[in-house]
Ligand binder design. Structure first.
Ligand code: F6P
Length: 319
Protein backbone atom coordinates (compact mmCIF):
# COMPACT_ATOMS: atom_id res chain seq x y z
CA UNK A 1 0.00 0.00 0.00
CA UNK A 2 1.29 3.43 -0.98
CA UNK A 3 -1.53 5.94 -0.87
CA UNK A 4 -4.03 6.49 1.92
CA UNK A 5 -7.12 8.68 1.77
CA UNK A 6 -8.86 10.28 4.73
CA UNK A 7 -12.44 11.58 4.94
CA UNK A 8 -14.94 12.87 7.50
CA UNK A 9 -18.57 11.88 7.11
CA UNK A 10 -21.93 12.38 8.88
CA UNK A 11 -22.51 14.99 11.57
CA UNK A 12 -19.29 16.82 12.35
CA UNK A 13 -17.72 16.58 15.80
CA UNK A 14 -15.07 18.70 17.55
CA UNK A 15 -11.80 16.81 17.39
CA UNK A 16 -12.23 15.65 13.79
CA UNK A 17 -9.50 18.10 12.76
CA UNK A 18 -7.14 16.74 15.41
CA UNK A 19 -7.82 13.24 14.05
CA UNK A 20 -7.23 14.32 10.42
CA UNK A 21 -3.94 15.90 11.50
CA UNK A 22 -2.88 12.71 13.27
CA UNK A 23 -3.78 10.48 10.32
CA UNK A 24 -1.95 12.70 7.82
CA UNK A 25 1.15 13.25 9.96
CA UNK A 26 1.43 9.59 11.01
CA UNK A 27 0.86 8.54 7.40
CA UNK A 28 3.66 10.77 6.11
CA UNK A 29 5.93 9.67 8.95
CA UNK A 30 5.40 6.07 7.81
CA UNK A 31 6.15 6.87 4.18
CA UNK A 32 2.64 6.96 2.71
CA UNK A 33 1.30 9.46 0.20
CA UNK A 34 -1.71 11.08 1.89
CA UNK A 35 -4.86 12.35 0.20
CA UNK A 36 -7.79 14.27 1.67
CA UNK A 37 -11.30 13.53 0.42
CA UNK A 38 -13.69 16.47 0.93
CA UNK A 39 -17.35 16.17 1.96
CA UNK A 40 -17.30 12.54 3.05
CA UNK A 41 -18.59 9.80 0.81
CA UNK A 42 -20.20 12.40 -1.53
CA UNK A 43 -16.76 13.85 -2.23
CA UNK A 44 -15.42 10.35 -2.79
CA UNK A 45 -18.09 9.73 -5.45
CA UNK A 46 -17.36 13.11 -7.08
CA UNK A 47 -13.58 12.86 -6.91
CA UNK A 48 -13.27 15.91 -4.65
CA UNK A 49 -9.78 14.84 -3.60
CA UNK A 50 -6.39 16.50 -3.10
CA UNK A 51 -2.93 15.63 -1.88
CA UNK A 52 -2.18 16.48 1.74
CA UNK A 53 1.19 17.29 3.23
CA UNK A 54 2.53 18.23 6.65
CA UNK A 55 1.49 21.86 6.18
CA UNK A 56 -2.06 20.99 5.08
CA UNK A 57 -2.81 20.00 8.66
CA UNK A 58 -0.90 22.77 10.43
CA UNK A 59 -2.84 24.96 12.86
CA UNK A 60 -5.95 22.79 13.01
CA UNK A 61 -5.52 20.67 16.16
CA UNK A 62 -7.49 23.20 18.21
CA UNK A 63 -10.23 23.99 15.69
CA UNK A 64 -13.78 22.65 15.73
CA UNK A 65 -15.55 21.46 12.59
CA UNK A 66 -13.67 19.56 9.91
CA UNK A 67 -11.27 21.07 7.38
CA UNK A 68 -12.32 18.29 4.97
CA UNK A 69 -15.99 19.27 5.41
CA UNK A 70 -18.66 16.64 5.93
CA UNK A 71 -21.87 15.34 4.39
CA UNK A 72 -24.44 12.60 4.74
CA UNK A 73 -24.53 10.80 1.38
CA UNK A 74 -27.58 8.83 0.27
CA UNK A 75 -25.98 8.19 -3.12
CA UNK A 76 -23.12 6.23 -1.53
CA UNK A 77 -25.73 3.77 -0.17
CA UNK A 78 -26.87 2.93 -3.72
CA UNK A 79 -25.13 0.31 -5.87
CA UNK A 80 -24.33 2.89 -8.56
CA UNK A 81 -22.98 5.43 -6.09
CA UNK A 82 -20.82 2.84 -4.38
CA UNK A 83 -19.38 1.67 -7.69
CA UNK A 84 -18.59 5.25 -8.66
CA UNK A 85 -16.71 5.59 -5.35
CA UNK A 86 -14.67 2.46 -6.09
CA UNK A 87 -13.79 3.80 -9.55
CA UNK A 88 -12.67 7.12 -8.10
CA UNK A 89 -10.41 5.32 -5.62
CA UNK A 90 -8.82 3.46 -8.51
CA UNK A 91 -8.40 6.59 -10.64
CA UNK A 92 -6.70 8.46 -7.78
CA UNK A 93 -4.58 5.43 -6.87
CA UNK A 94 -5.90 5.37 -3.30
CA UNK A 95 -5.34 1.92 -1.85
CA UNK A 96 -6.29 2.44 1.79
CA UNK A 97 -8.75 4.63 3.70
CA UNK A 98 -9.30 6.10 7.15
CA UNK A 99 -12.87 7.27 7.68
CA UNK A 100 -13.99 9.47 10.55
CA UNK A 101 -17.62 9.59 11.69
CA UNK A 102 -20.45 7.78 13.47
CA UNK A 103 -22.16 4.45 12.84
CA UNK A 104 -23.38 5.38 9.33
CA UNK A 105 -19.79 6.17 8.37
CA UNK A 106 -18.63 2.84 9.78
CA UNK A 107 -21.24 0.96 7.74
CA UNK A 108 -19.69 2.56 4.65
CA UNK A 109 -16.23 1.55 5.87
CA UNK A 110 -17.36 -2.05 6.14
CA UNK A 111 -18.69 -2.06 2.57
CA UNK A 112 -15.41 -0.62 1.32
CA UNK A 113 -13.39 -3.22 3.23
CA UNK A 114 -15.57 -5.99 1.81
CA UNK A 115 -14.80 -4.65 -1.66
CA UNK A 116 -11.08 -4.99 -1.09
CA UNK A 117 -10.20 -1.44 0.05
CA UNK A 118 -8.37 -1.65 3.38
CA UNK A 119 -10.40 0.70 5.60
CA UNK A 120 -10.20 1.75 9.24
CA UNK A 121 -12.97 3.67 11.05
CA UNK A 122 -12.49 6.25 13.81
CA UNK A 123 -15.58 7.04 15.93
CA UNK A 124 -16.32 10.77 15.80
CA UNK A 125 -19.73 11.93 17.02
CA UNK A 126 -20.91 14.15 19.84
CA UNK A 127 -23.59 11.54 20.67
CA UNK A 128 -21.28 8.96 22.34
CA UNK A 129 -23.60 6.26 21.04
CA UNK A 130 -21.03 3.65 19.99
CA UNK A 131 -21.14 0.45 22.03
CA UNK A 132 -17.57 -0.47 21.11
CA UNK A 133 -15.95 2.63 22.60
CA UNK A 134 -16.24 4.18 26.06
CA UNK A 135 -16.07 7.60 24.41
CA UNK A 136 -16.31 9.03 20.91
CA UNK A 137 -14.31 11.99 19.64
CA UNK A 138 -16.34 15.18 20.15
CA UNK A 139 -18.45 13.97 23.06
CA UNK A 140 -16.60 15.72 25.89
CA UNK A 141 -16.44 18.99 23.97
CA UNK A 142 -20.22 18.88 23.53
CA UNK A 143 -20.59 18.12 27.25
CA UNK A 144 -18.43 21.18 28.10
CA UNK A 145 -20.63 23.35 25.88
CA UNK A 146 -23.77 22.09 27.61
CA UNK A 147 -22.30 22.53 31.11
CA UNK A 148 -21.38 26.10 30.23
CA UNK A 149 -24.93 26.71 28.98
CA UNK A 150 -26.42 25.18 32.14
CA UNK A 151 -24.38 27.56 34.31
CA UNK A 152 -25.57 30.57 32.34
CA UNK A 153 -29.20 29.47 32.33
CA UNK A 154 -28.96 28.73 36.06
CA UNK A 155 -28.12 32.42 36.68
CA UNK A 156 -31.29 33.64 35.03
CA UNK A 157 -33.30 30.73 36.45
CA UNK A 158 -32.28 31.91 39.96
CA UNK A 159 -32.98 35.57 39.25
CA UNK A 160 -36.53 34.83 38.12
CA UNK A 161 -37.29 31.79 40.28
CA UNK A 162 -38.11 29.77 37.21
CA UNK A 163 -37.74 26.21 36.02
CA UNK A 164 -35.69 25.83 32.82
CA UNK A 165 -35.87 22.86 30.48
CA UNK A 166 -32.67 22.51 28.43
CA UNK A 167 -32.89 20.18 25.43
CA UNK A 168 -29.62 18.63 24.30
CA UNK A 169 -28.61 16.51 21.30
CA UNK A 170 -27.67 12.84 21.30
CA UNK A 171 -30.14 11.26 18.89
CA UNK A 172 -31.29 8.06 20.74
CA UNK A 173 -28.52 8.26 23.32
CA UNK A 174 -28.82 10.08 26.66
CA UNK A 175 -25.10 10.46 27.38
CA UNK A 176 -24.79 14.19 26.64
CA UNK A 177 -27.74 14.83 28.97
CA UNK A 178 -26.38 12.48 31.64
CA UNK A 179 -22.77 13.75 31.75
CA UNK A 180 -23.66 17.42 31.38
CA UNK A 181 -26.57 17.09 33.78
CA UNK A 182 -24.37 15.57 36.48
CA UNK A 183 -21.54 18.05 35.93
CA UNK A 184 -23.95 20.98 35.76
CA UNK A 185 -25.85 20.00 38.91
CA UNK A 186 -29.19 19.66 37.12
CA UNK A 187 -32.20 18.85 39.30
CA UNK A 188 -33.60 16.37 36.75
CA UNK A 189 -32.06 14.49 33.84
CA UNK A 190 -34.43 12.95 31.33
CA UNK A 191 -32.96 10.36 28.95
CA UNK A 192 -34.38 7.80 26.50
CA UNK A 193 -32.75 4.91 28.39
CA UNK A 194 -34.76 5.40 31.61
CA UNK A 195 -38.55 5.66 31.89
CA UNK A 196 -39.42 9.18 32.79
CA UNK A 197 -42.01 10.22 35.29
CA UNK A 198 -43.17 13.84 35.02
CA UNK A 199 -44.57 13.71 38.57
CA UNK A 200 -41.12 12.95 39.96
CA UNK A 201 -39.69 15.95 38.09
CA UNK A 202 -42.50 18.17 39.41
CA UNK A 203 -42.18 16.88 42.99
CA UNK A 204 -38.49 17.83 42.98
CA UNK A 205 -39.30 21.30 41.69
CA UNK A 206 -41.92 21.88 44.39
CA UNK A 207 -39.75 20.45 47.18
CA UNK A 208 -36.83 22.62 46.03
CA UNK A 209 -39.02 25.71 45.91
CA UNK A 210 -40.40 24.99 49.39
CA UNK A 211 -36.93 24.93 50.87
CA UNK A 212 -36.01 28.22 49.24
CA UNK A 213 -34.31 27.01 46.06
CA UNK A 214 -34.73 29.58 43.32
CA UNK A 215 -33.49 27.79 40.21
CA UNK A 216 -34.59 24.50 38.72
CA UNK A 217 -32.76 22.91 35.79
CA UNK A 218 -34.14 19.99 33.80
CA UNK A 219 -31.81 18.54 31.15
CA UNK A 220 -33.77 16.69 28.49
CA UNK A 221 -32.19 14.46 25.83
CA UNK A 222 -33.65 15.08 22.37
CA UNK A 223 -34.44 11.35 21.98
CA UNK A 224 -37.12 11.52 24.68
CA UNK A 225 -39.59 13.92 23.14
CA UNK A 226 -40.71 17.51 22.91
CA UNK A 227 -39.19 20.00 25.35
CA UNK A 228 -42.20 22.31 25.08
CA UNK A 229 -44.58 19.49 26.14
CA UNK A 230 -42.38 18.76 29.16
CA UNK A 231 -42.24 22.45 30.03
CA UNK A 232 -46.03 22.83 29.73
CA UNK A 233 -46.64 19.85 32.04
CA UNK A 234 -44.23 21.23 34.65
CA UNK A 235 -45.88 24.63 34.56
CA UNK A 236 -49.39 23.17 34.79
CA UNK A 237 -48.56 20.74 37.60
CA UNK A 238 -46.35 23.03 39.72
CA UNK A 239 -47.42 26.57 38.90
CA UNK A 240 -43.72 27.40 38.43
CA UNK A 241 -42.96 29.64 35.47
CA UNK A 242 -41.00 27.40 33.05
CA UNK A 243 -38.86 28.22 30.01
CA UNK A 244 -37.29 26.11 27.26
CA UNK A 245 -33.84 26.34 25.68
CA UNK A 246 -33.00 24.05 22.78
CA UNK A 247 -29.22 24.15 22.58
CA UNK A 248 -29.01 22.71 19.05
CA UNK A 249 -25.96 23.06 16.87
CA UNK A 250 -23.77 25.01 19.29
CA UNK A 251 -23.09 21.52 20.70
CA UNK A 252 -21.43 20.49 17.45
CA UNK A 253 -18.91 23.32 17.29
CA UNK A 254 -16.15 24.89 19.33
CA UNK A 255 -12.53 24.14 20.14
CA UNK A 256 -12.14 20.50 21.11
CA UNK A 257 -11.27 19.71 24.73
CA UNK A 258 -7.83 18.29 25.49
CA UNK A 259 -9.34 14.83 25.95
CA UNK A 260 -10.93 14.90 22.50
CA UNK A 261 -7.64 16.06 20.96
CA UNK A 262 -5.74 13.33 22.80
CA UNK A 263 -7.96 10.43 21.77
CA UNK A 264 -8.15 11.85 18.22
CA UNK A 265 -4.35 11.92 18.06
CA UNK A 266 -3.98 8.41 19.46
CA UNK A 267 -6.63 6.93 17.17
CA UNK A 268 -5.27 8.71 14.07
CA UNK A 269 -1.84 7.26 14.68
CA UNK A 270 -3.27 3.81 15.44
CA UNK A 271 -5.30 3.80 12.20
CA UNK A 272 -2.10 4.23 10.19
CA UNK A 273 -0.32 1.53 12.23
CA UNK A 274 -3.14 -0.91 11.44
CA UNK A 275 -3.09 -0.14 7.70
CA UNK A 276 0.69 -0.54 7.71
CA UNK A 277 0.27 -3.98 9.30
CA UNK A 278 -2.12 -4.90 6.46
CA UNK A 279 -5.24 -4.79 8.65
CA UNK A 280 -8.65 -3.78 7.33
CA UNK A 281 -12.28 -3.62 8.46
CA UNK A 282 -11.36 -2.39 11.95
CA UNK A 283 -13.14 0.20 14.08
CA UNK A 284 -11.07 2.00 16.68
CA UNK A 285 -12.34 2.65 20.17
CA UNK A 286 -11.13 3.53 23.63
CA UNK A 287 -11.79 1.03 26.42
CA UNK A 288 -10.49 1.60 29.96
CA UNK A 289 -8.08 4.21 28.57
CA UNK A 290 -6.61 1.85 25.95
CA UNK A 291 -7.05 2.23 22.22
CA UNK A 292 -8.63 -0.97 20.90
CA UNK A 293 -9.55 -2.15 17.41
CA UNK A 294 -12.57 -4.31 16.65
CA UNK A 295 -14.01 -5.95 13.56
CA UNK A 296 -16.44 -3.34 12.18
CA UNK A 297 -19.40 -5.72 11.96
CA UNK A 298 -18.92 -6.75 15.60
CA UNK A 299 -18.41 -3.11 16.59
CA UNK A 300 -21.70 -2.09 14.98
CA UNK A 301 -23.53 -4.92 16.75
CA UNK A 302 -22.23 -3.99 20.20
CA UNK A 303 -25.04 -2.42 22.18
CA UNK A 304 -24.26 0.83 23.90
CA UNK A 305 -24.50 0.35 27.67
CA UNK A 306 -26.13 3.20 29.55
CA UNK A 307 -24.32 4.09 32.78
CA UNK A 308 -27.20 3.55 35.16
CA UNK A 309 -24.92 3.95 38.22
CA UNK A 310 -24.01 7.42 37.07
CA UNK A 311 -27.65 8.21 36.45
CA UNK A 312 -28.55 7.04 39.97
CA UNK A 313 -25.71 9.11 41.42
CA UNK A 314 -27.08 12.20 39.69
CA UNK A 315 -30.53 11.35 41.03
CA UNK A 316 -29.26 11.01 44.62
CA UNK A 317 -27.23 14.21 44.47
CA UNK A 318 -30.12 16.27 43.14
CA UNK A 319 -32.64 15.52 45.91
O1 F6P B 1 -25.25 12.67 15.39
C1 F6P B 1 -24.95 13.95 15.76
C2 F6P B 1 -26.16 14.81 15.76
O2 F6P B 1 -25.75 16.13 16.08
C3 F6P B 1 -27.31 14.37 16.66
O3 F6P B 1 -27.07 14.67 18.00
C4 F6P B 1 -28.47 15.10 16.04
O4 F6P B 1 -29.69 14.44 16.33
C5 F6P B 1 -28.14 15.01 14.57
O5 F6P B 1 -26.75 14.84 14.48
C6 F6P B 1 -28.51 16.21 13.74
O6 F6P B 1 -28.25 15.89 12.41
P1 F6P B 1 -28.13 16.90 11.20
O7 F6P B 1 -26.75 17.48 11.22
O8 F6P B 1 -28.33 16.05 10.00
O9 F6P B 1 -29.17 17.94 11.40
Amino acid sequence: MKTIGVLTSGGDAPGMNAAIRAVVRAGIFNGFRMMGIRQGYSGLINGDIDDMNLSSVADIIHRGGTMLRSARSDEFKTKEGFEKALNVLEVFGIDGLVVLGGDGTLKGARELSNSGIPTIGIPCTIDNDCGFSDFTIGFFTAVETVVDAISKIRDTSTSHGRANVIEVMGRHCGDIALYAGLAGGAESIIVPEVDFNIDEVCKKAIQGKNRGKLHHIIVLAEGVGNAYDVSKSIEEKTGIDTRVTILGYIQRGGNPTSYDRIIASKMGNKAIELLKEGKTDRALGIKCNHIVDIDIKEALEMKKEFDIDMYNTARILSI
